[in-house]
Design a protein. Structure first.
Length: 456
């Protein structure tokens, strides 16, 4: 099929919008539906996309109604009964999942993919930045807006590499054929899809078998899954303290983190993190491994690590003074939250840290409420917001109170509704505030910043 137009059902999603930008840059007509307007959809409209916000077949642009030349891309988060998706199916349009499109790209370019329960977005964004500012360059489809580029998409006309965030939700990453891949973590998640931890781990094992012969797998030490790689695939391990790739001479203090990279592809001394939080040591090690595999030089990697500015909603500082700090973070899995809060504790020893956490999904809360409570108990003060349902219907007996009731004794705690978040912030009593979650809690970040700015 010669594609003249692409229609996205769920165009405002972070992964979908990156692919939309790819087609816009290719001179192809792009249309789409999303439930609500956002900064992303507004930007896409400015770039030429035709977007509407009502599930209405009549609003599908005429340019996207030629089934012989229109590709329809959808995200698994869209319900099966969605009327526009139903229309395209009934009319016989070519319809693909977002992951299928990315999979096609990994067969035409050398895919550098980052998979794992958490750390994917920061690690892949770091790797993309390292390569884009090096002589190697890259294309990239990312799961967050990079602060260096203000986008989730990087275009290169010449580089053979494409950096992709490999999403395990709905087994999407099984469409990919990586040249090299990092696996950051395999802590069980998405049990509404997988059912059991064993099935979740098997999914990662299957993913590892898709790496091309002659390619590379860089996996975190201590993962429960055993890879099933094809002949000729080189397997490396990494972590902060051990593995083939690891850090030595780590120095944390004065707002700076420096270390030396130990690597089978050549040690690199004097690495400094542009975003100095300790969780980024491991993220950085994995990203540098991919950059070395792709051929970036030691000096390019050193400069890239120092100039990496971070990703929106990933340890995203809105206020950072000697008196007070406020940051937002996308963390929504217990182990991810633990790593974030341990990093904060290391960075702000002896300071009063408050978390406002919005759980994401009823199923995830049901499956991991004890683990959430354990991770959140690392700080002094916890406020838990109502569950953000996303694609799910409520489950009887599953509320934020499950987490609240299991917080460690002695922790200052409260529950609140979304519309009470700003009042909770005004109550004060903290030196460091972090808002956590993958739902719409981020919508309050600018108002929280306005409240705290005069106090900082």
């Amino acid at each position: 099929m010669k594609i003249k137009a692409v229609y996205f059902v769920g165009i405002g999603g972070i992964g979908m919008s990156a692919i939309a930008r790819y087609f816009l840059n290719s001179g192809i007509i792009v249309g789409g539906y999303d439930r609500t307007p956002s900064d992303l959809t507004e930007q896409l409209c400015k770039e030429g996309a035709l977007i509407h916000y009502e599930d209405n077949v009549d609003l599908i642009p005429a340019e996207c109604r030629d089934k012989e030349h229109t590709l329809v891309i959808y995200t698994p988060a869209i319900p099966a009964e969605h009327s526009e998706l139903t229309f395209f199916r009934s009319q016989g349009f070519e319809i693909q999942k977002r992951a299928q499109v990315l999979g096609t790209l990994t067969r035409s370019l050398k895919g550098l993919c980052v998979a794992g329960t958490h750390g994917k977005t920061t690690t892949s964004s770091m790797a993309a930045h390292l390569l884009h500012q090096s002589h190697v360059d890259c294309n990239a489809f990312l799961g967050g807006i990079t602060k260096n580029y203000g986008t989730n998409y990087i275009l290169s006309k010449d580089s053979p590499y494409v950096v992709i965030e490999a999403d395990e939700f709905d087994r999407s990453f099984h469409w990919l054929t990586p040249y090299a891949s990092v696996i950051t973590a395999t802590d069980a998640d998405h049990l509404d899809i997988y059912g059991t931890e064993e099935a979740y781990l098997e999914s990662f094992r299957k993913y590892s078998s898709l790496i091309q012969p002659g390619g590379y797998l860089v996996m975190h030490t201590g993962l429960k899954m055993q890879p099933d790689v094809q002949e000729g695939v080189t397997v490396y391990t990494y972590s902060r303290e051990d593995g083939d790739f690891h850090a030595e001479n780590v120095s944390i203090g004065g707002g700076r983190i420096t270390f030396d990279l130990v690597s089978p592809l050549g040690n690199i001394p004097g690495i400094e993190l542009g975003v100095p939080v300790s969780v980024n040591i491991e993220n950085g090690i994995a990203a540098m491994a991919l950059a070395q595999i792709a051929g970036a030089t030691a000096e390019e990697i050193r400069q890239g690590m120092a100039s990496f500015s971070g990703v929106d909603r990933r340890f995203d500082f809105h206020i950072r003074t000697d008196k007070m700090a406020y940051l937002s973070d996308y963390a929504h899995h217990p182990e991810e939250i633990r790593r974030s809060l341990e990093s904060l504790r290391e960075l702000y020893q002896g300071r009063r840290i408050k978390v406002i956490f919005q759980p994401h999904l009823y199923t995830r809360t049901r499956d991991f409420y004890r683990e959430f409570a354990d991770a959140l108990s690392l700080v002094d003060d916890v406020c838990i917001v109502d569950i953000y349902p996303a694609r799910e219907a409520p489950i009887e007996g599953v509320t934020s109170k499950l987490i609240y009731d299991n917080l460690r004794p002695g922790i200052k705690r409260q529950m609140c509704h979304k519309d009470e978040i700003l009042d909770v912030v005004r109550q004060g009593g903290f030196d460091v505030l972090v808002t956590l979650g993958a739902g719409d809690i981020e919508n309050y970040a600018s108002q929280i910043t306005e409240i705290l700015q005069p106090l900082s």
